[in-house]
Structures are given as C-alpha cells and as structure tokens.
Design a protein around this ligand. Structure first.
Ligand code: M7G
Length: 301
C-alpha cells in the first residue's frame, strides 16, 4: 500500500480513536514516548510523541503571552507552571500506520548485542535475511518520484548515476538548526547498503558529500566543520542514503557501532576498491531481531 501521499494538510484528528495497547519506550530526559495501539480499533499503529525544544525566537511571546501559576516560593526561589499559548506548545507527532510487527519491535526499548559480520557472513546470513525481511522502501520511492514530500526537498541532483535527493529527515521539525537532520537519498535503486559499495561508487559518494555540504552551507549557514555526515550499517531501509546531522547533536544511531563517516567510507574505497565487500563489520542488533537469531544459529553450528 502506498498511503499518505501529498494531500491537503490533515486537519482531522486521526488519533482521536487511538487505543493504546503498550508503551514501547519512553524517556523523561528526551521527553518522548513511543506507543503501540490501534486506530479505529482495527489497524495497528505506532505513535511517537516528542516535546520540542524551546525556541529563542518565540521567547518574548512565550513569556508575555502565557499564564503563570505559582507552585512554591521559598526565599529567593520560586517555581511555576507556565501555560503557553497553544501554538507555542506543540508536540511533534509521528504516526506509523498500519505498523508491521517489525515497526513495533524497532521502537521497543531493548537490549542490544554486538554482531561480527565477515564478508562471507553477509552473503550467507545477512543478505538472504534482508531479502525477505526488511522494511518496505516505498516511502523512499515516493520521495524520488515526487509523490510525497516533494515540497520538502532541499536539493536534487537528477543524474541517474550520481544523483540524489536531499531533504529533511522526518525526525527533524526544521524549527531550529541545533538538531539539523537531513538525508540524501540516491537515485540508483540497486545499492542496498554500505556493503554494496565499491570504488565504482566513488563519484556518487563524492558528489553527495560535496553538494550536500554546499547546500547545507547555503541554506542553513552551517559549514562542513559543523556537520556529521555518515551512513548506518545496518540501516533500517535498504536503499542507499546518507545522514547529515549537526555536530554535537546526539542523533539516535550516531554511535561508533552504527555510524560510518562518509569521509572514511570514501577513503577506504580509495585505498581498497573492495573494502566493504570483504571487511568484517560490527553492528548492534536488538534482542528480538530475527537476524540476531540467524547469527546465533550460525555460531552454534
Ligand atoms: P536508516 O539508517 O535506514 O534507519 O535511516 P534508522 O531509522 O534506523 O536510522 C533512515 C532515515 O530515514 C532515518 O533517519 C529516518 O528517520 C528517516 N525516515 C524514515 N522514514 C520512514 C522517513 C520518511 O517517510 N520521510 C523522511 N523524510 N524521512 C524518513
């Protein structure tokens, strides 16, 4: 199914009929909650709620336009509850619907285990697994074909070989540059992940790196010295894409066990054209990931 393509901004509340079945994870510090439930008592959905940062440009209005309720006062100290005007009190909401079992697992808090994958393991264990068990990349094709998020595209190089589309990641609300997060999605459709890259892809990678940095400088005034540009291994979606985030913003998945700097990827391919085909790669898998059990079976044999 190919849902929610560019339409009028939705005004009706699709969540009014939502029945929560489980809290998948939450964090008081991050001010997020991930919930699983049903919409209209039929379709499974995952809903992510996230309180957004307080923006400097709305401070004046926030301070003058809110009501304040005193909670306590003691000497020079006092605490209040501030009720902000609704438009300054939004919650970023992401809905995945219909959500598959795999989506529910992706968002569930879980223990992870580091896996060691040789080039042969990739061929014999990982590749067959991802060929039958990975998330649909329909949303990626929708972006490439301008069927969704077309108005959000920041830059496009339409070249079929080295071209890509650069747009805001849906984790970023674009309200502040502090947590900038864009993704570059390649036009080529046969590159699943880092593992498929060879020196043949250097022009593509260099093009993304150079033009991506240029565009971000122009548009967001962030120089490349402020960017963390990387690929995930394993990714969730097996269509090659590159993450551009602001240095210092701890984006989920930016740890050394999952993120591979694009600059390093380029250098590694320059010194060994088959680097990513042959190297042992390490990555974390979550306890209930089907791929983890495949690796365990293999070890026990
Ligand atoms: P990944 O490394 O394959 O998976 O990155 P991850 O989600 O485990 O990090 C895919 C990236 O695409 C992530 O940063 C997602 O937040 C982002 N993303 C996923 N979806 C379904 C969409 C979407 O529909 N639109 C946009 N703009 N970004 C998305």
């Amino acid at each position: 199914t190919n849902r929610h393509q560019d339409t009028e901004p939705e005004r009706e509340n699709v969540l009014s009929g939502f029945k929560t079945s489980a809290v998948l994870s939450d964090s008081a510090r991050e001010k997020t909650i991930f919930i699983h439930g049903k919409v209209w008592s039929a379709e499974d959905a995952v809903v992510i709620l996230e309180k957004t940062p307080i923006r400097q440009d709305s401070l004046a209005e926030l301070l003058s336009g809110s009501t304040l309720q005193l909670e306590m006062r003691n000497d020079i100290y006092s605490t209040y509850r501030l009720q902000a005007p609704p438009h300054l009190n939004e919650i970023k909401t992401t809905v995945v619907c219909p959500a598959t079992e795999k989506h529910v697992k992706k968002y569930q808090r879980q223990e992870s285990f580091l896996v060691e994958e040789t080039g042969d393991d990739y061929q014999s264990i990982t590749l067959p697994y991802i060929q039958k068990q990975s998330f649909s990349v329909q949303w990626v094709y929708n972006i490439l074909e301008k069927k969704a998020e077309a108005e959000r595209v920041v830059y496009e190089d339409p070249d079929p070989k080295v071209g890509f589309v650069l747009l805001p990641d849906f984790k970023w609300d674009q309200k502040q540059v502090d947590d900038l997060y864009l993704i570059a999605i390649v036009h080529q459709r046969n590159i699943k992940s880092l593992r498929d890259l060879t020196s043949e892809h250097l022009p593509l990678l260099q093009n993304i790196f150079q033009k991506g940095k240029e565009q971000i400088l122009q548009r967001y005034k962030l120089p490349s010295s402020k960017l963390r540009v990387y690929l995930h291994y394993q990714p969730s979606y097996y269509h090659l894409h590159v993450h551009f985030t602001k240095l210092g913003y701890e984006a989920p998945g930016c740890g050394v066990e999952r993120a591979h700097l694009l600059a390093d990827v380029i250098q590694n391919l320059q010194s060994d054209p088959r680097y990513y085909e042959t190297r042992t790669l390490y990555f974390p898998l979550r306890a209930d990931d089907g791929l983890l059990s495949k690796f365990k079976e293999d070890l026990e044999l």
